[in-house]
Design a protein around this ligand. Structure first.
Ligand code: BES
Ligand code: ZN
Length: 592
């Protein structure tokens, strides 16, 4: 099957990387990694090999003792530089020595003051979607998989945690070397490392947590149920093939809620609420161990195969752990967000289809929640069309047949047609996958929830002038509060902003999703006193899903527009580059 990944310079006809052995020295004083990497190819390669790279300083290239010629012969702001290795003579092994840039897009170097403990620096990587190339030259497309080993040298006292299996720790003079191996083949976007003052705590036989000593106790309590989750996930998706499932708690500037790095989910500390009420995030990242990490989208145009499937799996596991109505409560809230985003992008925009347009190479800029929820609702339609029992058999077959492979939407549809042809009679598959917007509301099974209905009643009362009393909401599920905040009119009185702030004890709850909804309402309602809290929020949190809407609303609202750029400039040095680029894009698009 021929396809081209528009986000990569890779030419699959030249050959594929099979394995990499890394030696990495971490230098906190220069914010760089010094790396030697030995590459093994699937087949011997003759002539040229194109690799993706981003601001890498390549020092040497060798194959079997011979110096290799190379050139960075193409350049693009998003794709980075094409590293053209020349004159391979049937070589299947070559070695590159290089240094990463201090602005490597995948790496965030934090100074001690940006960590929980405040005494040690911290480094972590985020490679999805196209940032692995800023750490090492590679075929940075999810259609190529490789195994690897890595020896990582860090200053003594710090710990290197990789999304791989730890095999050895050696103390040197002033340094510690951590040896890891990843025996299962992964796409480049799942390479991940972090270095910091990390402790490890067991949770269960296969589960544990890495975190700074200051947060480990709270994290271990919050996620104590991870082992149970794996057991439930295995029933739905088949055996867990990655060995361990550990978590790494990152500082709050992490741009995502979680990242499904294999064996080691990278997690935002915003998931630690002290109530275990936000562990759906873990369900999501854990489900990726199958949908995404085991069976992988071939290009970022097929991103819904990763995220739509994972969100669907998340709903199924949530249903088992928390009941159907809670799962549907999540889904009602998610459907509303989905519709808002589709309207914001434009009902007719190709960016709202599940299969994304191929002329788009900036995978980060077209990442929205659409593939998550539209994808999950589509898969639910498939399930309803054939019944749960048959669909569950299909899921197992899908996971087994495509394990450790990458596939396109089209390959998935061929498989669906072969296994469950009835789906195509009952569901307008083409419309769901290739057309923009959403199918009409009466043509699919929209979520319904009694818990949601309760929140809606209180919202309706408010529209009639009756505000809820503390007793009415104090036992609400977290998602009822979210649905309530989501359902409030865009503009309310300043007195009511203050009322809801108190009613839901928002400061005390310290929930990033509550903050995000609430600050958006405060901005549109002209509650100017809220600005210092928004500044604190933007200084601390990097999670884009919640930070972007706040800045977007500031930009869209007359009174706050003038504050947007200066606020961004004050917080930018504390944010990850991925977040900085996204915030910068919002401001530039608005001419600010
Ligand atoms: N794989 C994604 C994060 C991601 C997406 C990183 C695209 C880079 C590019 C992760 O699994 C995810 O979806 N995280 C969500 C949380 C989820 C519960 C919706 C997030 O970060 O908000
Ligand atoms: Zn995901």
């Amino acid at each position: 099957m021929e396809f081209k990944d528009p986000a990569s310079y890779t030419d699959l006809k030249q050959g594929k990387i099979k394995h990499i052995d890394f030696r990495i020295a971490v230098d906190f004083s220069t914010h760089t990694l010094d790396v030697t990497a030995q590459y093994q190819l699937q087949e011997p390669v003759h002539g040229s090999l194109y690799l993706d790279s981003y601001k890498l300083d390549l020092k040497e290239a060798h194959a079997r003792g011979r110096k290799l010629e190379w050139e960075f012969d193409l350049r693009d702001d998003i794709l980075g530089e094409r590293l053209h290795l020349k004159g391979l003579q049937g070589d299947s092994i070559f070695t590159l020595t290089f240094r990463t840039s201090s602005d490597a897009r995948a790496l965030q170097w934090l100074n001690a003051s940006q960590t929980a403990g405040g005494n040690f620096p911290f480094l972590y990587s985020q490679c999805q979607a196209v940032h692995a190339r800023s750490i090492f030259p590679c075929q940075d497309t999810p259609s190529v998989r490789f195994t690897y080993s890595a020896e990582v040298e860090v200053p003594q006292g710090l710990v290197a945690a990789l999304a791989a299996e730890q095999v050895q720790v050696r103390e040197g003079s002033g340094q510690t070397v951590f040896a890891y191996r990843m025996p299962q083949p992964i796409p480049s976007y799942l390479f991940a490392l972090a270095v910091g003052n990390l402790e490890f705590q067991e949770l269960g036989p296969r589960t544990g947590i890495y975190a700074e000593p200051e947060t480990i106790k709270a994290a271990a309590w919050e996620f104590a149920e991870n082992e149970t989750k794996i057991i439930e996930a295995e029933k739905l998706l088949g055996p867990y093939l990655w060995g361990r499932y550990d978590l790494l708690i990152l500082p709050p500037s992490f741009p995502y809620g979680g990242m499904e790095n294999p064996r080691l989910t990278f997690l935002s500390p915003t998931a630690i609420l002290g109530t275990r009420s936000y562990t759906s995030l873990i369900t999501h990242e854990l489900a990726h161990a199958w949908t995404g990490n085991l069976v992988t989208n071939a290009t970022w145009q097929d991103f819904w195969l990763n995220e739509g499937w994972t969100t669907y799996a998340e709903t199924r596991i949530t249903e088992i752990l928390e009941g159907k109505d809670v799962e549907q409560l999540h889904a009602v809230y998610d459907e509303k967000r989905l519709m808002e985003v589709i309207e914001q992008i434009g009902m007719d925009s190709p960016l709202t289809a599940l299969k994304l347009p191929a002329d788009e190479k900036d995978a980060d800029s077209f990442t929205t929640i659409i593939p998550y929820y539209k994808g999950s609702f589509f898969l639910n339609e498939c399930e309803v069309a054939v019944g749960r029992e048959r669909f569950d058999v299909f899921i197992h077959k899908y996971m087994t047949k495509f394990q450790f492979q990458s596939l396109t939407t089209e390959a998935f549809l061929d498989f669906l047609k072969e296994e469950l042809p009835v789906v195509f009679e009952k569901v307008d598959v083409h419309k769901w996958i290739y057309e923009p917007g959403m199918p009409k509301a009466d043509t699919w099974h929209r979520p319904k929830s009694a818990l949601y209905a309760e929140a809606k009643r209180v919202l309706d009362d408010y529209q009639k002038g009756v505000k809820p009393a503390r007793e009415q909401v104090q036992n609400w599920h977290r998602y009822q509060i979210l649905a309530f905040l989501q359902g409030l009119p865009g503009k309310i009185s300043i007195a009511d902003c203050r009322y809801y702030d108190e009613l839901f004890e928002l400061e005390k709850k310290n929930d990033i999703a509550f903050f995000s909804h609430f600050y958006v309402i405060c901005i549109t309602s002209g509650h100017q006193e809220i600005l210092p809290r928004i500044e604190q929020f933007m200084e601390k949190f990097g999670r884009m899903l919640y930070v972007l809407p706040v800045l977007r609303t500031m930009i869209a609202t007359d009174w706050s527009r003038g504050y947007a750029r200066p606020l961004f400039e004050r917080v930018r040095s504390r944010q990850h580059q991925i977040t900085v680029s996204a915030l910068e894009r919002l401001l530039k698009d608005a001419g600010l």
